[in-house]
Design a protein around this ligand. Structure first.
Ligand SMILES: [Zn+2]
Length: 402
């Protein structure tokens, strides 16, 4: 294991880590700039910017070589962050959420069985640009989706699927669209578009907006692509559905007002959703599929106890709360069973600021980050005993060094 064959893989992981560090740092800067320009004093938003900045520090990001897959023993290189801010504006935390969605979707797909006449389809739903702010656009498209889902047409044709959302910023405002990966019966293209277009018209009317489809047939643009049900056929679609913003200029391009607006959302909406037949296995425990389930379970329990001990008085950072409400989710141990014992939830950082002020919060944050980083290093070293890790500021850690 000394002469790892995975140097190129490790270099890749390093590149990913570097990209996240610089993207995260520039996200935080863009937010600070916007706050200064608009003279915003809101302590919570300033704290959020700081959390993103801390999450993007070099010492918060690790790369490791010779991590092993617990099922196959296969070695691989990995990367991650030690403490997680959990913000939607943080590239590392968004990547993590997206990874989680991908696993959730893969598990759902594994449990699907196509019935006669059914198929997998990849559908892109678009709406005419309403010329509103990002959040207003999102509220609008969400309303359209709700109308669409409740239709008999939808219920008859679509048995289950996943939905993710994406937006691009153009000169004419936001283009918001949905990607669906679903199990459907045969879909007549025109009929499908008509149903979707009707929902758009109803919602636009509710919002008092003019609605015009700039297509030849006066219906909304929709893309429907049938997928092969093979693993490979679905792979690309899974990537597409669970992708995330990776460009470092994405947040800088956003108008400052919108950036502040997004940063001020306390509970961010879920950008990935599973519905219908895809939901059945949602809470299944991925770990239970491992042949070493008992050992994995014991190990995770042990780690939980260690973390509890180290973090006495702190909120339990190993709970994967699934939903990234902005800044509430603090960690991502994907290999841990979901049902780890819950601890009394501590005061959230937002409440803490309200009660104790920003100064005191920064002190608390520094302490919490330090403890969490240390605990994560212990966890990684314990779990991957043969691996060599280092943080991006050049400090190495491993089981032997524990
Ligand atoms: Zn983060």
């Amino acid at each position: 294991m000394q002469n790892s064959l995975q140097n190129s893989e490790l270099n890749n992981r390093e590149d990913v880590a570097e990209t996240r560090i610089s993207f995260g740092a520039s996200s935080a800067l863009a937010l600070f700039d916007a706050l200064k320009q608009h003279k915003i004093k809101d302590e919570e938003v300033w704290a959020l910017g700081n959390r993103i900045r801390v999450c993007s520090e070099r010492e918060n990001h690790w790369v490791g070589d010779d991590l092993h897959n617990t099922e196959t023993g296969e070695l691989y290189a990995g990367n991650g962050n030690l403490w997680s801010c959990g913000s939607k504006l943080c590239p590392s935390c968004v990547a993590k959420a997206s990874n989680r969605s991908r696993n959730e979707l893969k598990l759902s797909l594994k449990n699907q069985k196509l019935l006669t006449g059914e198929m997998y389809q990849f559908i892109t739903l678009t709406i005419p640009n309403p010329n509103l702010s990002l959040i207003q656009t999102r509220t609008l498209i969400d309303r359209i989706w709700t109308l669409f889902r409740k239709r008999d047409y939808f219920k008859n044709k679509v048995r289950g699927g996943s939905k993710s959302e994406e937006f691009t910023l153009t000169e004419n405002g936001y283009h918001y669209h949905y990607h669906l990966l679903c199990v459907t019966r045969f879909l007549n293209f025109t009929e499908f578009r008509r149903e979707w277009s009707e929902c758009i018209e109803i919602a636009f009317r509710e919002f008092n907006l003019p609605c015009e489809f700039k297509t030849d047939d006066g219906l909304a643009m929709v893309k429907i692509k049938r997928l092969s049900s093979s693993v490979n056929g679905l792979k690309g679609a899974i990537q597409e559905v669970c992708k995330y913003v990776t460009k470092s200029d994405s947040w800088e391009k956003l108008p400052q007002k919108d950036l502040i607006e997004i940063a001020s959302i306390k509970r961010f909406w879920r950008m990935f959703e599973i519905f219908g037949s895809f939901r059945v296995q949602r809470n299944a425990n991925v770990v239970l599929e491992s042949p070493n389930v008992f050992i994995t379970y014991l190990l995770s329990k042990l780690v939980v106890e260690i973390l509890k001990y180290i973090q006495t008085g702190e909120r339990n950072t190993i709970l994967d709360t699934k939903q990234i409400s902005d800044g509430e989710c603090s960690s991502e141990f994907q290999d841990l069973p979901e049902k780890v014992p819950k601890r009394q939830r501590e005061l959230s950082w937002r409440k803490y600021i309200l009660e104790n002020g920003l100064e005191s919060y920064f002190e608390k944050l520094a302490e919490q980050v330090g403890k969490t980083r240390y605990a994560r290093k212990c966890f990684l070293s314990l779990k991957y005993k043969f691996a060599m890790f280092r943080t991006l500021d050049g400090v190495s850690f491993s089981f032997e060094q524990l």
